[in-house]
Design a protein around this ligand. Structure first.
Ligand code: FRU
Length: 543
């Protein structure tokens, strides 16, 4: 049967909400079952997880370009619908200067790149509810890494190779071209069998993204369908693609491909044997040079934490690697990039003046219920952090651009008498003695407590007395320094704590009531510097 006939039987192009192409078949899911005509025997109809799907055998008259026509029709409708979700619902939890979604769920930052005079940053978005469903990419741009402007919904889950999610990936600026590389995610049949392909898209003269389709359709040997999140970079005369992967024996690895033209890719091999066992899956690789050393960042899932309070399987790591002449590497030594609660899937950009600036997802994969969901949105991105390699350590500090947000600064005395800042958008710089306890974003009932516990030798970040609904409530970090200097960035419902000049960072979402804007200190009184932070231009329309 021709594709045209299937479309007619399905009630026309406008009635098709999904297209899939499992081995040897074409499947279309319809929006309105009643618009489907009576079906000849060659068409199989079944309900798959609430979706009415019609399928036919694929004969060789049906080309990928024909399927792309259906994809474009679905994309146009998805674009129109998603655009309505660009209006932000009012919410006192909403950050004043971090990137958050207007509605729905945000997860990984994607495609972070400097191209043609501007920063481009995308994020994973499910517009319609606070759930992980078929993901879209939102496209934002900025001149200064602080004010972000909504450009478009760049990619929607419209095509046979990505209809259950345009998953994460990176961008490449190549001459005039801005190319996106991402993982197309599909789920086939009633048992939702995952099918994964590595895909690309290119920005056209109107700033819209045209999909180029799947570039890697087959799995590399010994790898499951859990292979995703391409990082593409040019190094030693050719293009490299790093992918997070899982072996058939359920070990996390990086899969590496090479290409001369960004379109045709050859599999090299799996990297990471020397770390094994190191979790059951690695996600979201990044790869860059810092101070003449090479680093790989990824999210190993399922590695054990040494701390009893840490129950989350989704970790974040940066590894210094030994880069060989062919572009292969060995892992040498690694650290957590962030020791707090909410940090995952970071991506970095090289700024025109040569800095490496990173931004992560301030959230984690399994957490879906937080107070902001009552206002229709969930999760946010972290601040922009500059990475440096100094004396054998990776240091992270708020990017210099944060200065654009800084308003009035004052020296404050911190003691047990609460100081009401009347805002939750501020920077606090303070050096604390062991044995002291800093209370933040508090009222009479709620508070975030940062303790320098002398006995245990740890900095404890405790959010158990907040409105948190899911996730761990205590993080502890072993510290050896005599006193501890904290640079804390607060923004409505988050804290990012840069410790001792950025040697460590702890990030967490902290939900307290709107007027819980006090800070105080138990223990030896100290003086701290508080700077109020302005709101940044928000990348959405306010209601
Ligand atoms: C990480 C991740 C990625 C995937 C994306 C889907 O948070 O699971 O591996 O591409 O989210 O939204």
């Amino acid at each position: 049967m021709s594709l045209q006939r299937l479309i007619e039987l399905a009630g026309g192009l406008d009635n098709i909400q999904r297209i899939l192409a499992p081995d040897g078949r074409i499947v279309v899911a319809v929006s309105d079952r009643h618009a489907v005509c009576s079906l000849p025997d060659e068409v199989t109809a079944e309900s798959v997880l609430g979706e009415w799907q019609l399928s036919i055998k694929r004969d060789n008259t049906i080309q990928d370009e024909d399927l792309a026509l259906v994809g474009r029709s679905i994309a146009a409708r998805q674009q129109r619908k998603a655009a309505q979700y660009r209006v932000a619902r009012p919410s006192h939890y909403r950050p004043q200067w971090h990137i958050s979604p207007p509605q729905g769920l945000l997860n990984d930052p994607n495609g972070f790149i400097y191209h043609d005079g501007a920063y481009h940053l995308f994020y994973q978005w499910y517009p319609y509810s606070c759930e992980h469903k078929d993901k879209y990419w939102v496209h934002l741009t900025s001149d200064d890494l602080i004010s972000w402007h909504w450009q478009s919904v760049a990619l929607t889950p419209s095509d046979w190779f990505d209809s259950h999610g345009v998953f994460s990936g990176h961008a490449v600026s190549h001459g005039d071209d801005l190319m996106l590389f991402y993982t197309g995610n599909t789920r086939l049949g009633p048992d939702r069998q995952r099918q994964t392909m590595q895909c690309a898209a290119r920005m056209n003269a109107d700033g819209q993204f045209e999909k180029l389709g799947p570039l890697i359709r087959e799995l590399p040997p010994g790898v499951t369908e859990h292979i995703r999140d391409p990082k593409v970079a040019f190094h030693q005369g050719r293009w490299h693609m790093l992918l997070g992967a899982q072996t058939e024996s359920l070990q996390g690895r990086l899969a590496v491909y090479h290409s001369d033209d960004l379109l045709n890719w050859q599999f090299d091999k799996l990297y990471g044997d020397e770390l094994s066992p190191y979790g059951y899956m690695w996600e979201c690789p990044d790869w860059f040079e810092l101070g003449n050393e090479w680093f790989v960042v990824f999210g190993p899932q399922g590695i054990e934490s040494e701390n009893l309070h840490h129950n989350i399987v989704h970790q974040n790591r940066i590894f210094r690697v030994n880069q060989d002449e062919q572009g292969g590497f060995d892992f040498i030594e690694g650290w957590a990039l962030d020791e707090g609660f909410d940090f995952y899937a970071p991506q970095s950009v090289q700024t025109p003046d040569g800095r490496r600036v990173m931004c992560g997802w301030m959230g984690l994969p399994d957490e879906l219920d937080q107070p902001s969901c009552d206002h229709g949105w969930l999760h946010q991105l972290t601040s922009m952090r500059e990475l440096r390699w100094l004396n054998g350590r990776v240091l992270q500090q708020p990017a210099a651009e944060l200065d654009l947000l800084r308003g009035e600064t004052r020296q404050v005395n911190l003691n047990d008498k609460p100081l009401d800042l009347s805002t939750k958008s501020f920077e606090l710089v303070v050096t604390l003695a062991w044995g002291s306890e800093l209370h933040l974003m508090h009222d009479d009932k709620h508070k975030v407590v940062l303790t320098l516990d002398k006995q245990q030798g740890v900095l404890r970040f405790d959010r158990s007395q907040t409105l948190i609904r899911q996730g761990d409530t205590i993080r502890e970090l072993v510290l050896n320094s005599e006193s501890v200097t904290l640079q804390i960035l607060a923004d409505s419902s988050s804290l990012e704590i840069f410790i001792n000049g950025g040697e460590q960072v702890m990030t967490g979402r902290v939900f307290t009531p709107e007027h819980a804007t006090r800070i105080s200190l138990q223990g030896a009184a100290v003086s701290g510097r508080v700077t109020l932070l302005h709101s940044a231009h928000a990348p959405f329309v306010d209601a």
